[in-house]
Design a binder for this molecule. Structure first.
Ligand code: ADP
Ligand code: 5GP
Length: 399
């Protein structure tokens, strides 16, 4: 074949051989740096101070850092318009200047590495920020606007050659901390990833297309077993849980609110959503009464970084388990006996005689399903059931 090497045909044979055996320059660097991170109340003022110090402005980078779950340290893929790299680092959580040992692989296009990482590792968290980058010699300064967290200033003294004394690096870091009037009380100990992971507010910002894989907990049982009562308690106890609001065509009960207890839909609206493939699962739980979990509902909750709790019938729970596998735990709420269950249903006084009969008939069947699920939670004494429920959630979500 004519140009089997794939190299320029005009090169003579010796040059071709030489090029073929040459290794490309390595883009993997082992770096030591010492850095601080601080809350920055006045990013414009910090920028002015840096320019007064004759810092060189290197540009504004729109960065998406995807952190992957690893045993130790942090592994992140940085996609930006300036910086593209795969970074692994180990660093202690300290407020004062901290040393990091960094392995940094520079690339043209970090997105190319993403499929391999996503295939092999779980995403821990995604951090998005706009970063203004400045340099004074080997010292790098960042003014960051981090989605969901606010503004920060970072000072990084970088030792690319790896031969400088750590104490000298710390001295330089402190020198610039003083010059830029950064107060010790503004120093931050942890990384942006930790801040986002531990923030409990629903405004946690994550990439809209790649959701944090929070867990799904489905409480299932016959009507009257105590799903709603137990779910309410768990939602009050754990900030990191949110209720999956189902859609239904059944009539709203007087104390219920549309968009809080259910999305109450007409039969036509529900059927249109079935046709549009908007449900993860749906059932005609009672004749003429549809119930279903909207895909958008699970997405809404996961985007907020919360675990999803469902109050769902046994068929629906089975479907959730099938779709989500190990990401889901199905808990069967078991009443002490069928008689107690029927008594509770009657005492709840929410059903007409006809509806009560339908529910009791269905409950008899559903009570036989308990061994099909991940866990059984006996709901006899309510306080005990609450505690058992809390333990199950803690174990499954590691809250
Ligand atoms: P579900 O959501 O499974 O249909 P609910 O949570 O509405 O069940 O409970 C049915 C009724 O039983 C409610 O009136 C509730 O207050 C009551 N209940 C639930 N658990 C207990 C319990 N352990 N002891 C006594 N009553 C209970
Ligand atoms: P209720 O009318 O008492 O609120 O609920 C009746 C039954 O429907 C309960 O067993 C409840 O768990 C179930 N249910 C509620 N939402 C859903 C849902 O989204 N999907 C399915 N399959 N069942 C649901």
């Amino acid at each position: 074949m004519k140009h089997a090497t794939g190299l320029n045909p005009q090169l003579d044979n010796s040059t071709t051989r030489q090029l073929a055996t040459q290794k490309p320059a390595t883009r993997l660097m082992k770096i030591t740096n010492v850095e601080i991170k601080a809350h920055c109340k006045d990013p414009a003022g910090a920028e002015r101070m840096l320019l007064d110090l004759k810092a060189k402005f290197a540009g504004t980078d729109e960065q998406t850092d995807t952190y992957f779950k690893v045993k130790e340290g942090r592994l992140k893929l940085r996609e930006g318009n300036i910086e593209n790299s795969l970074i692994y680092y180990q660093r202690a959580n300290e407020a004062a200047s901290k040393r990091s040992d960094v392995l940094l692989y520079k690339t043209q296009d970090a997105a190319e590495l993403k499929p391999i990482l996503k295939q092999t590792l779980e995403i821990l968290v995604i951090v998005k920020k706009r970063r203004k980058i400045f340099f004074i010699d080997q010292v790098k300064f960042h003014i960051d606007e981090v989605d969901g967290l606010g503004a920060f200033l970072e000072i990084e003294v970088i030792d690319e050659a790896g031969n400088q004394d750590e104490a000298d690096l710390r001295k330089q870091c402190l020198h610039y901390q003083r010059l830029l009037s950064v107060n010790d009380s503004d120093l931050v100990r942890v990384s942006y990833s930790d801040m986002i992971l531990h923030k409990k507010t629903p405004e946690i910002i994550v990439d809209s297309t790649e959701l944090i894989k929070t867990k799904l907990i489905a409480l299932t049982a016959p009507s009257g077993a105590g799903k709603t009562t137990i779910a309410r308690h768990l939602l009050k106890t754990f900030d990191d849980l949110a209720f999956s609001i189902s859609a239904t065509t059944r009539e709203r009960r007087p104390h219920e609110e549309d968009g809080r207890d259910y999305y109450f839909l007409s039969k036509e609206e529900f059927e249109q959503k079935i046709a549009n493939d908007e449900f993860v699962e749906w059932e005609e739980v009672y004749a003429g009464q549809y119930y279903g979990t909207l895909k958008s509902e699970i997405e809404r909750i996961r985007k907020a970084g919360k675990h999803v709790i469902f109050d769902i019938d046994v068929q629906g729970a089975t479907s959730i388990k099938k779709v989500y596998g190990d990401e889901a735990m199905v808990v069967f709420i078991k009443p002490p006996s069928p008689e107690v269950l029927f008594e509770r249903l009657r005492n709840r006084k929410t059903e007409s005689v006809k509806s009560l009969e339908k529910r009791i008939a269905r409950a008899r069947r559903e009570l036989t399903y308990e061994d099909k699920f991940d866990r059984v939670l006996v709901n006899d004494i309510l306080e005990v059931a609450f505690q058992d429920g809390e333990a199950l959630i803690k174990e499954f979500t590691k809250i």
